[in-house]
Every structure is written in C-alpha cells, then in structure tokens.
Design a binder for this molecule. Structure first.
Ligand code: 1CP
Length: 344
C-alpha cells in the first residue's frame, strides 16, 4: 500500500503538521496557459465538453504549483443542461439558461437516467485525470448544491439576491420543491458516475446558501446536501464529501453533523479562530483566505496565510481560499501563498 494522499488524510480527520493545499478556480483565467487552451477550445462550454482539453486545464495548475488536489474542470450548470435546459455563456456577462418556473416546464425535464448522454464527456475527463495525475494528488469531483443550481434554473442567470428563486419558493412551493428534488436526484447520479470514473472526493458548492433564512437554510441547503451525501456514501462507502454552504455565517457550526460531510468549506466571512472552536471541532475544515490577497499579495498575504494556518493548526485542515480566485490575480501571489503554507 502506498502512503495515503495528504488531502485524503485530512478529510479522514487527521491533523497534519502542514495543511495540504488547493485553490477554488485554480484552473482559470488568471493563468496564461488556461487562456491559451480556452482559446483553442473556442467557447467555455466546448472546453468543458472536450475531455482532452478539460483534463489539460485541470492539470495546468498542478504542473505549475504542485497543489495537493486537482479539481475536475467543468461547471455546476452542466447538470441543468443535461436535464434539458438550454445553456449558453455570454462573454463578459456569464451564464444564461432557459428558465423553469411552471409545473409544465418541470415535467418536461429529462429523466435522471438520460443526463449521462450529455455528461459522458465529463466522466471521460475524470478517467483521463485519474490516469495522468501525479500519485500524490487527490482528484476532486464536484457539483452545485441543489439550491444554488435551482437559483440559476429559475432565474436563467446569476442574480445578486437570488430573488426569482425566493419568489418561486414563496409563490409556488410544489414547483420549487420539485425543482430541488429533480436536481438532488440528478446530482446523486452525476457524482456517482464521477466517482465510478475515478473521483476520490466530491465537493458540493452551495454558493448562494447565505441568502436562505430560518428553516429555508435547513430545508433547501442542508437537507439536499445531506440526502446527496448519504446516497453517495451508501453507493460508494468511504467516499469523502466536502460541503460548502457559502455565506452560512454562524450557521457553519453543526454543518458536519447536519449534512454528514467529512469536511466543511468556509468562506472569508467568518474568523479562523471562531472556525477552530465551532466548526473544526467536528471535523476537517477548508478555506477562509480572502481571494483578494491573490491580487494584492505582499506582507498582508503572508501574515493572513500564517494566521489562518496557526488558528487551524489544532485539527484537520485543508488550506484554500474562501471563494474562487479571480481573473485579475497575479500567479506569483499564488506561489507566495503556497510557500507560506508549506513553511508554516
Ligand atoms: O470564461 C471562462 O473561462 C469562464 C469562467 C468559468 C470557469 C473557469 C466559469 C463560468 N466556470 C468555470 C469553472 C468552474 N466553475 C469550476 C472548475 C474547477 C475549478 O475550480 O478550477 C468550478 C468548480 C465551478 C463552479 C461554479 N460555477 C460555481 C460554484 C462556485 C462559485 O464560484 O461560487 C458557480 C456559481 C458557477 C456558475 C458560473 N460558471 C461560470 C461563471 C462566471 C459562473 C458564475 C455566474 C454568476 O453567478 O453570475
């Protein structure tokens, strides 16, 4: 048996002397090599559905920085497309989808079994990565959590306050819940195939969890993530799951137990010392560094990276940003962050 990979050890609850590290959106527009491959592929979706090129951009940050994990290059909006929504990306603006807001539109979505017709190239990407990644690098698969995916399916685009999804939740609860249930079922099937193809861990991105209030947070962020986690662990015993209810604030406390996830990813809205006391006590944590440090760099980046490492030294920790790296980031600041973590 080879020594277990560092990310998998942290996910299993081990406290390591140096936290393993990867970065949200590590394959992205801040890297010149990503922009070159993206140009070769044409548009963003063509890149997602081209297994060779999607594997290539996933590997680029591994080659450049030696991160401890690679995250599959894909997007959370491929699942709605596989369910039958039209999807396209408007340059400089972001994704656009045909909307689902009525019982008829919900009924027209494709059955769960049919999603793989569209998503097969993603599983091919996972297979290539599984064969090509260095043996010490963990391969992370992912999907959007149902609430976040639903906000895009209902609005047809990204929205600052997720207003259209909140409105449908208030005005037509059966259709809203039907959408959440269809996404939950589709996500289980999608992630299960990613795991079959070689993903060693999966992450659920609930980027808009923070706008759910009261019982809605439990019912539409936590509960679907719990259902997905339980179904995946039943089918793939031991598969580690990372839950990321972004913007949860003090509600991050208890997310390990409520979702059954092995690791809870935290954004930059909570203090690392608070995370140690209230979240890490229940298991592995990941995240927290403000993405803007990747733009500004310097002493502040070093000091903040060290502070997060120090605060979370007493338990299982995977170093990461609180959200994705932005296109204006300086690749040298990423190296400075990695060097600081590895010397911490
Ligand atoms: O032009 C480009 O190259 C597109 C930029 C881009 C990239 C690099 C998009 C469009 N998606 C991605 C890849 C991506 N998306 C990954 C790949 C792996 C990695 O991290 O390196 C992942 C995990 C995602 C996840 C994703 N997509 C989320 C959840 C995480 C988060 O950032 O909050 C969300 C909300 C999306 C939707 C999406 N896709 C792309 C954009 C610009 C957006 C946000 C749109 C909006 O809300 O307006």
């Amino acid at each position: 048996m080879t020594q277990k990979k560092t990310i998998l050890r942290a996910l299993a609850g081990e406290t390591l002397p140096t936290p393993p590290i990867w970065m949200m959106r590590q394959a992205g527009r801040y890297l010149p090599e990503y922009k070159a491959t993206r140009a070769q592929a044409g548009d963003f979706l063509s890149l997602c559905y081209n297994p060779e090129l999607a594997a290539e951009v996933t590997l680029q940050p591994i080659r450049r920085y030696g991160f401890d994990a690679a995250i599959l290059f894909a997007d959370i909006l491929l699942l709605p497309q596989a369910l039958g929504a039209d999807l396209w990306f408007v340059t400089g603006e972001g994704p656009r989808l045909s909307t689902i807001t009525t019982a008829d539109e919900l009924a027209q979505l494709k059955p769960t079994d049919a999603i793989h017709d569209t998503l097969n190239p993603v599983y091919e990407t996972v297979k290539i990565l599984s064969a090509e990644l260095p043996k010490e690098t963990t391969l992370i698969g992912f999907a959007g959590a149902p609430w976040t995916v639903a906000t895009y399916m209902i609005a047809g685009q990204g929205t600052p306050d997720q207003g259209p999804a909140h409105a449908l939740k208030a005005e037509n609860r059966p259709v809203f819940e039907g959408i959440i249930n269809r996404i939950t079922e589709g996500t289980i099937a999608y992630l299960s195939k990613q795991i079959d193809a070689g993903a060693e861990c999966v992450k659920l991105f609930d980027s808009w969890a923070g706008s759910l209030e009261g019982d809605d947070f439990l019912n539409f962020s936590i509960k679907p993530m719990q259902q997905i986690t339980a179904a995946l662990k039943a089918r793939h015993p031991g598969i580690p799951v990372i839950a990321f209810p972004r913007g949860a604030g003090e509600r991050y406390a208890g997310v390990h137990a409520a979702t059954g996830a092995d690791c809870v990813a935290v954004d930059d809205g909570v203090d690392a010392a608070w995370v140690a006391d209230h979240v890490q006590k229940d298991g592995c944590v990941q995240g927290n560094l403000k993405s803007s440090h990747m733009v500004t760099g310097g002493d502040a980046l070093v000091a903040e990276t060290r502070r997060i490492c120090d605060q979370l030294r007493g338990g299982p920790h995977i170093f990461n940003l609180g959200h994705g790296i932005t296109p204006d980031a300086d690749p040298e600041n990423v190296q400075l962050m990695i060097d600081t973590v590895r010397q911490s």
